[in-house]
Design a protein around this ligand. Structure first.
Ligand SMILES: Cc1ncc(COP(=O)(O)O)c(C=O)c1O
Length: 388
């Protein structure tokens, strides 16, 4: 390396999955059949009606130019219609809706619009690692809010020290939650909005999993009064329509905050390919189609098979109400690294160690239902043969 790399890269926490990744590769190279319950990436294809629209849109010369900065008007209009239909909330597509290159992109960029060096950002842990990374990239300081089972995996806002509340500029929350699978009710969102107003904090609600649920339909933070004064919400088509590779999502919320995010984006990207936005418009316009609704039945069957199977293997595993993640307890005497290491080595099944999402995940593992029922059953049979 001819120069020393930036300090901000050094501040990133170590990648805790490296050990599991290396073990997995070695076992696969040795010819073992590995069942991965690790990846949060749907295994099923994007529904055909979306691909058909893409095929059509790609031949349109108008779509070959630089995309418009805020995104294709038709897409943003459709977002607004979908939001009304799904959450009964109105957004002005011109000022309150912005196209994203996936929701991760906005999680990565948004702190650059709000956080000054030294500002505190409230970050849930266990949680999606990008909240902390984007905070650090903006020069901010993460204050980690533990998500504990005794609090239904919701942060205890009353436990945040007064000096932290004073220095905090922003808060990330994420429901339905990765990795715990927990959902949040109206009273939690009300509490968050009141807390944000009291301490003058911007709320970012990462809503990437609102459409992957098994019980009650998850809420938007905008279902509670006053949220528009303090919040933005990032949505994604990745999980809803099996479109992780397409890189498409959207932000809604407070017009000033949306404009601030757009300003950052104007200087780092040039938007998402218009043809993808056309296909995404079609997806949102037909989100009630049977093949889209059927995905939830598939995940439900897999979730039930996995949870019941892990329980029959003697593990303590709550039934998640949403997301395609199962957040289970490691057996007594094992932390997540040793348990996941053992399961990989002896059963050739990949589980993700909970500690990789934060210290409060130390005694948990995450399993994703992104393989078919037969493979899940095979994984369970193998795990059942282990002793601990
Ligand atoms: C909690 C959470 N937020 C955001 C994302 C990013 O999704 P995308 O960028 O595909 O919209 C993911 C992806 O796994 C996630 O788990």
């Amino acid at each position: 390396m001819i120069v020393e790399l930036a300090d901000r890269l050094k501040k990133l926490p170590p990648y805790l999955f490296v050990e599991i990744d290396n073990k997995k590769r070695k076992l696969a190279d040795a010819g073992h059949d590995i069942i991965s319950l690790g990846i949060g990436d749907p295994d099923l294809p994007t529904p055909k009606f979306i691909i058909d629209k893409m095929a059509q849109a790609i031949y349109e010369p108008d779509n070959h130019h630089y995309p418009l900065q805020w995104g294709v008007g038709e897409f943003r209009k459709q977002v607004s219609t979908w939001f009304k239909h799904r959450f009964d909330v109105d957004f002005d597509f011109k000022t309150e809706v912005l196209t994203l290159i996936g929701s991760k992109e906005a999680i990565g960029h948004f702190p650059l619009a709000v956080v000054n060096p030294g500002d505190v950002v409230l970050v849930p842990e266990p949680g999606y690692p990008v909240y902390n990374a984007s905070t650090l990239f903006a020069g901010g300081e993460s204050y980690f809010m533990p998500l504990l089972e005794k609090n239904k995996f919701l942060p205890d806002l009353d436990a945040i020290p007064a000096d932290i509340c004073k220095r905090a500029k922003m808060m990330f929350i994420n429901y339905p939650n990765n990795p715990t699978g927990a959902t949040a009710d109206e009273s939690f969102f009300e509490k968050v909005v009141a807390f944000a107003k009291k301490h003058q904090i911007v709320v970012v609600h990462d809503a990437a999993y609102t459409e992957v649920y098994f019980d009650q339909r998850p809420l938007s933070i905008f279902n509670v009064e006053g949220a528009r004064d303090v919040a933005v919400e990032f949505h994604s088509l990745s999980k809803t329509f099996n479109m992780t590779g397409w890189r498409i999502g959207f932000a809604v919320g407070n017009a000033e905050l949306i404009a601030a995010l757009a300003k950052v984006k104007e200087n780092v990207d040039s938007g998402q390919f218009n043809a993808i936005q056309c296909a995404a418009t079609e997806a949102l316009a037909h989100s009630d189609r049977v093949e889209v609704r059927a995905l939830l039945d598939i995940y439900r069957e897999r979730r039930d098979t996995l949870v019941e199977g892990l329980r029959s293997a003697g593990l303590d595993v709550p039934m998640p109400p949403a997301t395609f993640y199962v957040w289970g307890h490691c057996p007594q005497g094992y932390d997540s690294m040793t348990f996941c290491g053992k399961v990989l080595e002896e059963a050739h099944v990949v589980l993700i160690p909970g500690v990789g999402f934060g210290p409060s995940g130390r005694d948990y593992f995450r399993a994703a239902v992104t393989v078919d029922v037969q493979r899940i059953k095979e994984a369970i049979e193998r795990i059942k043969k282990l002793t601990w």
